[in-house]
Design a protein around this ligand. Structure first.
Ligand SMILES: [Zn+2]
Length: 310
């Protein structure tokens, strides 16, 4: 997996200057550097680059006023402030406390993870808050829980609720109420009525890609359309978000999501969701899966992010 920094230069402690904003989340650091070199060394000039001029705002009676987001950026470069309001979406699965399962944690381990994030200053807005522009600052983690495991209700009641966290749940209806490892309709309906957003996560949890669309169009459609209908039948609410099983998707998957009436698709990829929707692809929002092995890297990443604007 690529590091977050390789796809987003604004994770670095000193925000990198950039000549534009809409393209920044889309290109790597290399492209940024090339553009900076091009901007700093115009072909017609042999003069050494001049030091940035003092900030006009600070020289004209604004002494002591820190300009939000712009302090570390030299004059002439746009501010990094538009990138500040953002969140990282994390995904947990089950809470049996079985150390042999890579995506499983005990409730004590889950508490310790959330408390470590809170100690870094993180807050836990809901998915709905994150995608509706209501993110403030850069210390935000959105909690999502995939697959509808039977241990989810206890985790919500005993761990997330007491921290004021409303996780979003992504379920595949073929197992809800039919498999012993999964929640039943009543448990899922209760969490939904208590304010947990419920989204779809396939119908049978297949790889919903162009390959499936080619091989078995009916199965492809079922993973998207029937998943939505069945989930809505349980929650009696519109299902607007879809988490791609295994994080696997193709352009045709995104097209079919729109046709089915979803507004959001969650992938598995490093990156942020931004308050400014211009920086987001709503059908391919980045998300990190919390694994036993990967937790220390996620915590290290979120520690670096916490320092990014100091
Ligand atoms: Zn899954």
């Amino acid at each position: 997996m690529r590091s977050l920094e390789s796809v987003n230069p604004f994770l670095r402690p000193r925000p990198a200057p950039s000549p534009g904003r809409a393209w920044v989340p889309l290109v790597g650091a290399l492209s940024l550097l090339l553009r900076l070199f091009a901007a700093a060394a115009p072909a017609a000039s042999l003069e050494p680059p001049r030091a940035p001029a003092p900030r006009a705002g600070l020289a004209s009676g604004d002494a002591g006023v820190r300009l939000a987001g712009g302090d570390a950026v030299p004059a002439g470069f746009p501010s990094s402030a538009p990138f500040r309001d953002r969140a990282v979406i994390l995904c947990w699965h089950s809470f049996l406390g079985d150390p042999s399962l890579p995506t499983d944690f005990s409730l004590a381990e889950l508490k310790a993870q959330l408390d470590a994030l809170a100690a870094l200053g993180y807050r836990f807005p809901s998915f709905a808050e994150a995608v509706s522009g209501r993110l403030e600052g850069h210390l935000n983690v959105v909690v999502t829980l995939d697959d509808g495991h039977r241990t989810v209700p206890a985790a919500v009641e005993r761990v997330f609720s007491e921290r004021g966290i409303k996780p979003s749940l992504f379920v595949y209806p073929s197992v809800i109420g039919t498999q012993a490892f999964a929640m039943d309709d009543a448990a899922l309906g209760r969490l939904s009525s208590e304010g947990c957003l419920v989204g779809a996560h396939g119908y049978h949890h297949l790889f919903v890609t162009a390959d499936l669309a080619r091989r078995d169009r009916a199965a492809f459609d079922r993973e998207i359309h029937k998943a939505k209908e069945k989930t809505e039948a349980i929650t009696r609410l519109p299902v607007v978000a879809y988490a791609y099983p295994f994080g696997a998707l193709s352009p045709v998957t995104k097209e079919e999501l729109v046709r089915a009436g979803y507004a959001y698709g969650l992938a598995v990829a490093p990156g942020f969701v931004y308050a400014d929707g211009a920086f987001d692809d709503p059908l391919e929002l980045p998300r990190l899966v919390v694994t036993r092995e990967g937790w220390k890297d996620i915590l290290a990443l979120l520690s670096r992010n916490a320092r990014a604007f100091r």
